[in-house]
Ligand binder design. Structure first.
Ligand SMILES: CC(C)(COP(=O)(O)OP(=O)(O)OC[C@H]1O[C@@H](n2cnc3c(N)ncnc32)[C@H](O)[C@@H]1OP(=O)(O)O)[C@@H](O)C(=O)NCCC(=O)NCCS
Length: 205
């Protein structure tokens, strides 16, 4: 495989210091427009720097962070939380290299599954890297459990329910799909009422 001169000058590896992690998080915040209340704040990753730095990948050019991919272990899988490449560097294979690095590290840690939620624009990127789409359903409000069951029976019958959690305030489920199905997603979301249906992506490694 050949690589362009630009990509061969780019180093992709796990994060190696706290200042580097901060620089990478700044990039993610900027490129993904993460708000103040983003649920995986800088502190979330700072706490994991000693335990699992293998799951925080950076791309560097001339010592500056130009891409970052941050994951963390969640039970039996690795959740890829945030991924971004600085806009001037996109489309040169850097995102793919960061993903490959994370995958190799996750395997070395004994993990067998990667999971992520994707921004709408990046679904093509994950599908092209061997991920399969799943549907994540979230229902809140009155009778949330019963409403979730109804939608599963009505619109998603016959599909595998991979996970379900019924809490006090909401119910959630993950259902398998045969591929991206925007028509189905929109119908499910409309039927859920107070709730949402969005894609998740999974890759077994
Ligand atoms: C998505 C992103 C991380 C990909 O990184 P990248 O370095 O540009 O990706 P690569 O150069 O490795 O691209 C690899 C492939 O994905 C495709 N691709 C990249 N971004 C894509 C996108 N937004 N939609 C569809 N395909 C995309 C490329 O065309 C390329 O396809 P090919 O190998 O079949 O030719 C980067 O474009 C980015 O930061 N986007 C904005 C932020 C974002 O959407 N982050 C993801 C949040 S879930």
């Amino acid at each position: 495989m050949t690589s362009s001169p630009a990509s061969s000058r780019t180093e992709v590896r796990q994060v190696c210091s706290e200042p580097e992690l901060r620089e990478a998080y700044d990039l993610l915040q900027r490129e993904l427009e993460l708000g103040e209340n983003h649920h995986r704040a800088l502190d979330y990753y700072l706490e994991r720097l000693d335990q699992s730095p293998e799951l925080m990948i950076v791309a560097l050019s001339e010592g500056r962070v130009i891409g970052a991919l941050f994951g963390s272990t969640q039970g039996d899988h690795v959740l890829i939380g945030e991924v971004a490449v600085a806009s001037a560097w996109r489309g040169r294979g850097i995102g793919s290299r960061m993903l490959a690095e994370l995958e190799a590290n996750a395997r070395r840690l004994g993990q067998h599954r990667l999971l992520l939620g994707s921004l709408e624009d990046a679904t093509g990127f994950y599908l092209g890297r061997g991920f399969e789409p799943l549907l994540f359903l979230f229902v809140a409000g009155e009778d949330h459990g019963r409403r979730l069951t109804r939608v599963l029976d009505l619109l998603l019958a016959g599909r595998e329910v991979l996970w379900r959690q019924d809490g006090e305030a909401d119910s959630r489920a993950i259902v398998s799909l045969d591929g991206l199905d925007e028509e189905l997603r929109v119908r499910v979301e409309a039927e859920l009422g107070e709730g949402s249906a969005g894609y998740l992506f999974r890759k077994d490694i």
